[in-house]
Design a protein around this ligand. Structure first.
Ligand code: PGA
Length: 248
């Protein structure tokens, strides 16, 4: 059985004052029915992971460099994330693909770095609105999965997040059958490449405007094993309600 995952992506939000939200969350969910992950900005990873010690909350990074160290000003390696207390790292988010020109090849190299450092990679895929309108969604998702996920994936080192670009931060969410179609497709794609045993263990998240009001419907869709939550993960009250729904 796959244990559901409630993953919060704080993006470029949060200062030390935001750790109060985390304290509240940790107190309110001492033994949740799902895994909880928060990926704060890198500046908060160390204090957050200290705070989360002995709680049910895990911490993760939002990106990493493919190399373990070296002359890469401004970058952070997977080893550094692990050193700061991360257990996961989000890779290939559409904002990084757009803002930093990350390709499937870059993402795959980063995923290998994550594994080298003992981190679980949350690899993001998702179509643009134009691609969906052109009927290319599954083709795009399939190509991103093939290119971004390295050989050697398993249920412990990989999570895949389906995040339609047009649903991120917009309040728009695909119809439930549309989410189901993509998640079924992703499971089958993993099974074809890694075998049904591995495919069965990899958690598939939905991301894009997930909130306390729509989480119950989304999680009822087959092959959805949790959520990658942006805006609604910033406040303990909202994220707490999402955790409660995923933990049922
Ligand atoms: P959102 O972001 O929940 O604010 O739409 C999700 C994401 O980009 O991970």
């Amino acid at each position: 059985m796959r244990r559901r995952l409630a993953a919060g992506n704080w993006k470029m939000n949060g200062t030390h004052a935001s750790l109060d939200e985390l304290r509240t969350l940790a107190q309110q969910h001492p033994s949740p029915g799902c895994d909880i992950l928060i990926c704060p900005p890198a500046t908060l990873l160390d204090p957050m992971s200290r705070l989360c010690r002995d709680t049910a909350i895990a911490c993760g990074g939002q990106d990493c460099h493919a190399e373990p160290k070296g002359a890469h000003t401004g970058d952070i390696s997977a080893e550094m994330l692990a050193d700061a207390g991360a257990e996961y790292v989000i890779l290939g988010h559409s904002e990084r693909r757009a803002d930093h020109g990350e390709t499937d090849e870059t993402v795959a190299a980063k995923a290998l770095a994550a594994w080298r450092a003992g981190l679980t990679a949350i690899i993001c895929v998702g179509e643009s609105e134009a691609q969906r309108d052109n009927g290319a969604t599954l083709e795009v998702i399939g190509a991103q999965m093939d290119g971004s996920i390295p050989d050697g994936a398993d249920g412990d080192n990989l999570v895949v997040a389906y995040e339609p670009i047009w649903a991120i931060g917009t309040g728009r969410v695909p119809m439930l059958p549309e989410i189901g179609e993509v998640h079924d497709f992703m499971r089958a794609r993993l099974a074809a490449r890694f075998g049904p045993g591995v495919a069965d263990q990899v958690r598939l998240l939905y991301g894009g405007s997930m909130n306390p009001a729509n989480v119950a419907d989304i999680i009822s869709v087959r092959n959805v094993d949790g959520g990658l939550v942006g805006g609604a993960s910033l406040k303990a009250r909202d994220f707490g309600r999402i955790i409660a729904a995923l933990g049922k």
